[in-house]
Design a protein around this ligand. Structure first.
Ligand code: FUB
Length: 326
């Protein structure tokens, strides 16, 4: 009999999966994860252990149904511009087309963001010949707003190279950012109607504290590291992200899709493994957090498994913090 995953259990156990971007398409839940490899590679701060080569799409009729693995949706061998490391993807639906957005290193070793299209949410996806012009770094997350405008949020420090783009061009050895300077923010760019190009130059998002002061680079409990996600709830935009070195999923709120965003608190306490990465989706009347940990491999950083759990709002719109193992 097919296994039906419970909350806080791996969605699938036959492959390693991570970085889940969940969406509701055609009345079902579709999850777009990274597909972690089963290779023996030592962990380092550059993320060289994350050597993923393809994407599998997962789906569930609902949260009481078995998870279907639809097989390879896109392989790096079919992406002309990419050389290695297919990291955290996202998907979007517009123009009667499904779009898969994904970061990978180009032939010069620089992370870029590509896009592939399909007429089916599970793929297979057909990649564009080149990466999105003007794109860089990792972890794309796309919001299609109620007015039809589409925004891509992206960026990640360290292996994700965001700090190398501070000047707008790639600098391989940038100066360290002083801990008392404002932290780097994720980037946002509106997508063109064709959904395969940027309409504008990406701009940096500002994340501030409750007094309007920028979150500082040394504030590792709150500053942006990687893995942005954007969702809307009761007229507010919620930017959630990983704090990297302190391993929290946190969030900030705004009335504007480009911010500034006011830091609010934690969504998910640290999980087993170095990385933490999530998405938030409404299915029926309930909200869910999709996330990953390394429990399936007993703690190996690059062998992760995707999980989900219900997420709850307080009456004031803040989000209740989730303990992953309680
Ligand atoms: O999966 C590779 C990288 O690890 C992702 O791009 C980051 O968000 C982190 O989860």
């Amino acid at each position: 009999m097919e296994r039906i995953p419970k909350q806080k259990e791996p969605l699938v156990t036959h492959i390693y999966t991570a970085d889940p971007s969940a969406h509701v398409y055609e009345g079902k839940i579709y999850v777009y994860p990274s597909h972690d490899t089963d290779l023996e590679i030592e962990s380092n701060d550059n993320g060289d252990q994350y050597m993923m080569e393809d994407y599998h799409v997962l789906s569930m009729d609902d949260l009481n149904s078995p998870v279907i693995d639809h097989g390879i949706a896109l392989h790096i061998d079919n992406v002309p511009w990419a050389s290695k490391q297919m990291w955290a993807p996202d998907a979007a639906f517009k123009n009667n087309t499904y779009y898969l957005y994904f970061p990978a290193r180009d032939k010069d070793g620089i992370f870029r963001i590509g896009v592939a299209t399909s007429n089916c949410p599970s793929g297979p996806y057909n990649p564009q010949p080149d990466y999105i012009k003007g794109s860089f770094s990792i972890d794309p997350a796309v919001l299609i707003d109620d007015d039809g405008k589409a925004y891509m949020y992206f960026g990640g420090l360290w292996g994700g190279q965001l700090e190398k783009w501070q000047t707008g061009t790639f600098i391989s050895e940038p100066a360290d950012i002083p801990p008392t300077s404002p932290a780097l923010g994720p980037r946002v760019a509106e997508l063109s109607d064709d959904m395969i190009s940027f309409k504008e130059t990406p701009q940096q998002i500002s994340i501030v504290d409750e007094n309007g002061n920028p979150i500082l680079a040394g504030d590792e409990d709150r500053r942006y590291f990687e893995g942005p996600w954007m969702h809307k709830h009761n007229g507010y935009y919620y930017l959630s992200y990983s704090t990297g070195t302190t391993h929290y999923i946190v969030y900030a709120m705004s009335k504007n899709p480009k911010g500034p965003f006011v830091y609010k608190g934690r969504i998910l306490e640290p999980v087993i493994g170095w990385t933490t990465h999530h998405s938030i989706v409404k299915f029926g009347e309930k909200w869910y957090l999709f996330y990953h940990d390394c429990s399936l491999s007993n703690g190996i950083n690059h062998k992760r498994c995707v999980k989900y759990t219900e997420l709850f709002y307080n009456d004031d719109g803040t989000i209740q913090t989730i303990e992953p193992y309680k």
